[in-house]
Design a protein around this ligand. Structure first.
Ligand SMILES: Nc1ncnc2c1ncn2[C@@H]1O[C@H](COP(=O)(O)OP(=O)(O)O)[C@@H](O)[C@H]1O
Ligand SMILES: [Mg+2]
Length: 383
């Protein structure tokens, strides 16, 4: 029988070091290896090959700080961790580590000191790749945040809707009464006072209409529309709103499906977004209005099916929005602008229009880096 076909010699159960080596060398889910007291790699196992991408000959004898990100290595984190392990009997933490190919992964790391009598002779190190768990936790958190956000706006919307309806009814009575008084007087002074009252009432009507939009109580007139054509038709209006300080550009994906929406509300939404971007760039900047077709889930139904949406994004490189404000900007009357400059009703109109049309809005913003607001509108199934 050729030697390669000979059965492997049975492991001697009394041979402890050999059993241990067999155990460590069959583990592929954990990188298990030893460091000397200074942090140089002494042994390597298949888990190390799989997780970190180094063959034993590429890594044994080199310093383990190569697994850390450059910033952490420069800040002395690897040495500090060995020190903690030696001083406290163990170091364990989750953190970013670097593979041989330079990619990062989220690692769960344990370092145990190895003593021989009183002398520290090295460290045992176990690293597990927990990127998948980490990413799914991140996704879950983002979904919970989105759900919370949409439930909060839903609640504010209901409250607003009730108020706006009552207000509308009251204003109708006020306006009718002013009309009646106007018909019964020739006194110019009374007429002037009446006109002032009428203007105030009209402003109240406008305001309640905006609130109705946010609360999704505005009657929408839906028609089947091509968003790209609508944007092109509004190009000049948007350019005027952006002012000449701003470079306004369009990136429109061809062949988009149609959407069933209210034309006026869509135009108002885009105008609101462009105006917000302009306000965020008092010394000028860049605004991109782009469209695309995307298959996604409704944030309010994270377990639901993916559906096709037409996404319109307005992206600027303005001042961005502070993290604390990001969850509030869609609320009616939330504004960071001076009195008279902002009503705080722009984004709530965008939100109300998108959700009443069966879609949703999405905000991404980096303070100092810029803001993107996306409006997702359900695509018509039969174009
Ligand atoms: N593109 C943007 N860049 C920076 N901040 C923004 C942007 N869009 C909205 N915001 C913030 O959100 C707030 C609310 O916006 P909005 O509802 O349109 O009300 P208003 O513009 O009247 O303040 C703004 O006051 C501003 O702080
Ligand atoms: Mg605004």
């Amino acid at each position: 029988m050729p030697p390669s076909l000979m059965p492997a010699p049975p492991v001697d159960l009394a041979d402890e070091p050999r059993q241990f080596a067999l155990l460590v060398n069959s583990v592929t889910d954990y990188a298990i290896y030893m460091l000397d007291a200074e942090g140089y790699v002494r042994t390597w196992n298949p888990g190390g090959i799989r997780i970190k991408g180094y063959q034993p000959e590429q890594v044994i004898g080199t310093h383990f700080s190569r697994f850390y990100t450059e910033e952490e290595a420069r800040a002395g984190v690897p040495q500090r961790n060995l020190h903690t392990a030696a001083a406290e009997g163990r170091f364990s933490a989750d953190g970013w580590r670097v593979r041989r190919d330079g990619t990062h992964f989220m690692a769960s790391v344990v370092i145990d000191p190895i003593w021989s009598g009183d002398a520290l002779i090295g460290f045992a190190k176990i690293t597990r790749d927990i990127s998948e768990r980490f990413e799914s936790e991140q996704r879950l958190q983002a979904a919970q945040q989105a759900l919370y956000q949409s439930q909060k706006l839903e609640a504010i919307g209901l409250l607003t809707l009730g108020l706006a309806h009552d207000f509308n009814n009251l204003l109708t009575v006020v306006i009718n009464s002013l009309d009646v008084i106007g018909g019964r007087t020739d006194d110019p002074r009374t007429t002037r006072v009446l006109e002032t009252a009428m203007r105030a009432a009209d402003r109240g009507v406008l305001l309640t209409r905006q609130l109705l939009t946010f609360g999704r109580g505005q009657a929408l007139v839906a028609e089947s529309l091509d968003i790209n054509a609508l944007l092109v038709a509004n190009r000049e209006l948007l350019a005027r709103a952006a002012t000449e300080l701003v470079d306004l550009g369009f990136e429109l994906a061809p062949g988009l499906p149609k959407v069933e929406i209210d034309r006026g509300q869509f135009e108002a939404s885009i105008l609101n977004l462009v105006s917000n971007s302009r306000d965020a760039m008092p010394r000028g900047g860049r605004i991109r209005v782009s469209t695309s077709a995307r298959r996604v889930r409704l944030p309010a139904e994270p377990a639901g099916d993916e559906r096709l949406f037409v996404c319109t994004e307005v992206c600027d490189n303005g001042c961005g929005i502070a993290p604390d404000d990001q969850s509030r900007v869609f609320e009616p009357f939330f504004t960071t602008k001076d009195v008279g400059r902002g009503s705080g009703l722009g984004l709530s109109q965008v939100f109300g229009f998108a959700s009443q049309s069966g879609g949703f809005t999405e905000l991404t913003s980096t303070p100092g880096g810029g803001t993107t607001v996306a409006i997702y509108l359900p695509a018509c199934e039969n174009p």
